[in-house]
Design a protein around this ligand. Structure first.
Ligand code: DP6
Length: 338
């Protein structure tokens, strides 16, 4: 019995029936302030270090799941399109569903609708797996706790473990062999003035998936050995900044963490570079604004797009500097996820 199945058996009740005709769920996308990069177990997506994120309010994935009676195959739709069976996304979803099928017979129609670009470094896989596990939980009426859902979402994609909550979420690396202590924990602190600007420079699919890039970095980047130490420092600075509401500390640590991650990737052999010329131009623009006294910072994930951090009082000036910016106020959204 492999470890994924052991984890499933520990969490999901041994007898369950499909009691509902359909179930729906929503999960927000999340952006890491202190990044997850590196695994201690690649089957369970157990991280080498802890990480910390902020959820993106109403930006994320809706999932509707309907059990099929007659069909021999699952039907997976992404943004209203039926995907072919050999599509990489279909394969990922089918692989994940295989953990949960008790008899080979039950098939599903699953519809995902995302209001963020897919696979462009905006944590689309995080919200997809978090929405899917919540829909499965509702469909089968497992009545699992959020921490259990977080563990199960992690089996689909590591960062999905942080997409079960609004606001700031810390993902504890944990020590347990099966990762039963490696799940998201929501932080109590709220920061209503905090704004996130999505600066979409390209919606193109990324040249290399974050999963592949992570593996290549760990196997080939000599700088990787210093990464856990950097994360430990950044994590403690970010938690401290959140508790004190010190925006400069939050922004500068977040930005430094992202730049270090991308330096680490550039150190891989062959180098992994997600930035486009426009990405660097945007970074320079941010630094220029800071020199002018405007507190604005950025982070970057496995893609060329940047996410800017600033406070509501500076919204007008930031918007005029970046007219295409989509502004999210994670703590002001009235959106009800249920
Ligand atoms: C740069 O969670 O996509 O966004 O666990 O292999 O699915 P897998 O990786 P994934 O990696 C996310 C990487 C990141 C940083 C982060 O979100 O912490």
């Amino acid at each position: 019995m492999n470890n994924q199945i052991q984890v499933i058996k520990k969490i999901i009740p041994s007898t369950f029936n499909i009691e509902k005709k359909e179930a729906c769920a929503f999960a927000p996308s999340n952006i890491a302030l202190c990044k997850y990069w590196g695994k201690r177990d690649e089957y369970l997506n157990l991280p080498a270090t802890s990480s910390l994120s902020i959820s993106l309010g109403s930006k994320g994935a809706f999932c509707k799941i309907v059990p099929l009676k007659e069909a021999r195959e699952d039907l997976i739709h992404l943004n209203e399109k039926l995907l072919p069976m050999n599509h990489i996304f279909t394969q990922q979803i089918l692989n994940y569903l295989s953990f949960f099928r008790r008899s080979g017979k039950n098939t599903y129609q699953i519809q995902f609708n995302l209001n963020i670009p897919v696979a462009a470094g905006l944590a689309s896989s995080a919200c997809i797996f978090a929405a899917l596990i919540q829909a499965l939980n509702a469909l089968h009426q497992w009545k699992l706790k959020p921490s259990e859902l977080s563990i199960l979402a992690r089996l689909g994609s590591g960062s999905a473990s942080r997409s079960l909550w609004k606001g700031f979420v810390k993902w504890q690396a944990g020590e347990d062999f099966l990762g039963m202590d490696s799940h998201g924990i929501p932080l109590e602190e709220k920061w209503p003035e905090l704004c996130i600007g999505l600066y979409i420079l390209s919606q193109a699919k990324k040249p290399i998936s974050s999963r592949e890039a992570m593996k290549k970095t760990i196997n080939t980047a000599v700088f990787y050995k210093s990464w856990p130490e950097k994360v430990a420092k950044d994590l403690s600075n970010i938690e401290d900044a959140i508790s004190k509401k010190d925006f400069e500390q939050l922004g500068s640590t977040t930005e430094s963490n992202a730049l270090s991650l991308h330096a680490l990737m550039a150190n891989a052999v062959p180098a992994i570079v997600y930035s486009l010329p426009e990405t660097l131009a945007c970074m320079h623009h941010v630094w220029h604004l800071r020199q002018e006294g405007i507190p604005v910072f950025f982070t970057q994930d496995a893609g060329p797009n940047l996410k800017l951090f600033f406070l509501e009082k500076d919204e007008a000036i930031i918007k005029s500097a970046f007219p295409k910016l989509e502004v999210i106020k994670p703590f002001q959204e009235k959106f009800d996820y249920a």
